[in-house]
Write a protein that binds this ligand. Structure first.
Ligand SMILES: *Cc1c(COP(=O)(O)O)cnc(C)c1O
Length: 217
């Protein structure tokens, strides 16, 4: 696969679903990928990337941002409270807001620095004990809590259980988002982004299908 293959598959999926062309944003997930591969995708003109670790992203993205204008960087992995400030300075969007303590830290730092990344609340749609995210039944209350803190909540994010049909989870996330008047849906990865687009994804997070298998560090 290549970047071009993926963008063309996204266009077809938008069309098949009767969605507006360009309504789905492709987040190229560059975690653990060698810098040459990331640079190759930047040189093709793509600017929206996802990383799942603050430390790793902080090690490579300041240099890429110096060389390429208009980088749009998304944090898609868990965020420890003590890395909140660093994450807010580096990322344009955070997809893993999942607890009141973190929401309060983001609100406080946003006041201090005068800006805030776009935020997505991660929902643990499969109710898996080992997975981050708020439970579906608790999402409404957490959205309200974030709104009371004036946080720019753009939507919801999920990572479906590995062994279940993802469409059920995408549909559930879309339903919870609609109920809470949220337009953004961060869902769909290499193996299922077309199904996510059919169910309303606005942001798909695609790594290995663009860059190839991840090479362990
Ligand atoms: C790694 C990762 C992805 C991308 O996974 P691929 O299967 O390589 O497309 C998407 N979302 C999250 C949260 C990830 O950690």
């Amino acid at each position: 696969m290549s970047l071009q293959d993926i963008t063309s598959r996204i266009s077809h999926a938008e069309q098949d679903a009767g969605r507006q062309p360009g309504s789905v944003k492709l987040i190229a997930v560059s975690k653990v990928q060698p810098n040459e591969r990331v640079e190759g995708v930047l040189k093709q003109g793509h600017r929206c990337f996802g990383e799942n670790k603050v430390q790793e992203a902080a090690g490579k993205w300041p240099d890429f941002k110096d060389s390429f204008d208009g980088v749009d960087l998304h944090l898609i992995g868990p965020l420890q409270s003590n890395k909140t400030r660093q994450a807010m300075e580096l990322f344009d969007a955070i997809h893993s807001v999942d607890r009141p303590k973190l929401a309060k830290a983001i609100a406080r730092i946003a006041q201090e620095i005068g800006r805030c990344p776009d935020l997505f609340i991660q929902v643990n749609t499969g109710e898996e004990p080992q997975k981050a995210g708020v439970l579906p039944s608790e999402t409404g209350a957490f959205v309200a809590e974030c709104r009371a803190l004036d946080l720019p909540i753009k939507g919801l994010m999920c990572i479906p259980p590995a062994d279940e049909e993802p469409s059920l989870h995408f549909a559930l996330l879309a339903k919870i988002a609609k109920r809470n008047d949220l337009a953004g849906l961060s869902m769909g990865m290499s193996s299922d982004f077309e199904r996510a687009i059919a169910l309303g994804a606005t942001h798909v997070r695609v790594g290995s299908a663009i860059f190839g298998e991840r090479v362990p560090a």
